[in-house]
Design a protein around this ligand. Structure first.
Ligand SMILES: C[S@@+](CC[C@H](N)C(=O)[O-])C[C@H]1O[C@@H](n2cnc3c(N)ncnc32)[C@H](O)[C@@H]1O
Length: 301
């Protein structure tokens, strides 16, 4: 059995995703229990191949979990006090916010819940080394003009190499400038594109060129060779897919990193159309809202 924790407020999307994939599940609070060998997209963390432990006391719960692994994070669905007392008997887990580009924690992070007063469901093997998949950064509350920068921080810290210093990147839908700030601070040459103006501080950064126009009207021939195409444009997913395919067909871009935003319910047919692009990867980042992050990257030369 696997257990997926739905991202905060996105329980309905996880439910819809499992139904779309014809996977039977049981939902308890934000936890979804299912038997299929499937990694849901709308999951903050997935506990893999879970075990069911029958416990006779709090101490017995602590003992059995300790025998299976070192680090454990609890998602409590009921018997909260009893669950908390078991958690307090386990090694304290590191939960301090981390800097941008911090190394991944050395040890695996297990996940567990008290399913009923005498039953623990748990796995030492999960999809995240962070407690319950929460990727918390020491935030920069002064310079970036939006919190959107946290998505790129998470992407580069967990999922991708950085583009080589000095390389040319596109930031489509750049306003007010959180992503452009991250990219320019990494020493990249940024062409930022948006119909709305960039925040003044960001627009003044020497390695940012701003084009105030629609990303959909921009002719790829005008910008030349691009290492990475970043997009956080608010638009229908189908429109973004067409834009990406147009730029791919030009063959001038190596990597793509895009937020696919959903105005109503997530559209799994479009998600599958993006995933059908060779080399695709997709996650719901901890810092994504009602959206997912899709990318195709090639290793640095
Ligand atoms: C979520 S915001 C981007 C936030 C940005 N990544 C940041 O870090 O500050 C989405 C942006 O998409 C832009 N947008 C919407 N339609 C667009 C279009 N046709 N061309 C360019 N930008 C567009 C909006 O103006 C808005 O600034």
């Amino acid at each position: 059995m696997n257990v997926a924790l739905a991202p905060y407020t996105l329980e309905l999307e996880l439910e819809r995703e499992l139904r779309y994939r014809n996977i039977a599940f049981e939902q308890r609070d934000r936890l979804f229990f299912f038997d299929a060998d499937y990694r849901p997209l709308f999951a903050q963390v997935i506990w893999i191949n879970c075990q069911r432990l029958t416990i006779t006391s709090i101490n017995d719960g602590v003992k059995q979990l300790r025998a299976l692994g070192k680090n454990w994070s609890l998602f409590s669905i009921e018997h909260h006090r009893r669950a908390q007392l078991i958690q307090e008997g386990l090694p304290k887990i590191p939960d301090a916010p981390m800097p941008f580009l911090a190394a991944s924690p050395k040890h695996a992070m297990g996940g567990w819940t008290l399913y009923d007063s005498n039953t623990i469901i748990c796995s030492p093997e999960t999809t995240s080394r962070y407690p319950l998949g929460k990727v918390e950064f020491i935030e920069n509350k002064t310079t970036p003009p939006s919190r959107a920068y946290l998505k790129l921080w998470e992407f580069f810290t967990l999922y991708s190499e950085l583009p080589a210093k000095g390389s040319h990147v596109l930031d489509m839908g750049a306003c007010p400038g959180g992503w452009s700030w991250v990219l320019a601070s990494l020493g990249l040459r940024v062409t930022a594109v948006d119909k709305a103006p960039l925040d003044n501080t960001i627009a003044r950064m020497s390695n940012i060129t701003f084009l105030q126009e629609s990303a959909f009207a921009l002719d790829p021939a005008r910008v030349g060779k691009v290492d990475s195409f970043f997009s956080d444009i608010i638009c229908y997913p189908e429109r973004l897919l067409t834009l990406v395919k147009t730029w791919m067909a030009q063959g001038q871009v190596k990597n793509f990193v895009c937020t696919i935003k959903f105005q109503g319910e997530a559209d799994f047919a479009v998600i599958d159309a993006f995933l059908a692009i060779p080399g695709s990867q997709m996650v719901h980042l901890y810092h994504n809202k009602h959206e997912v992050t899709w990318w195709v990257t090639q290793p640095c030369d």
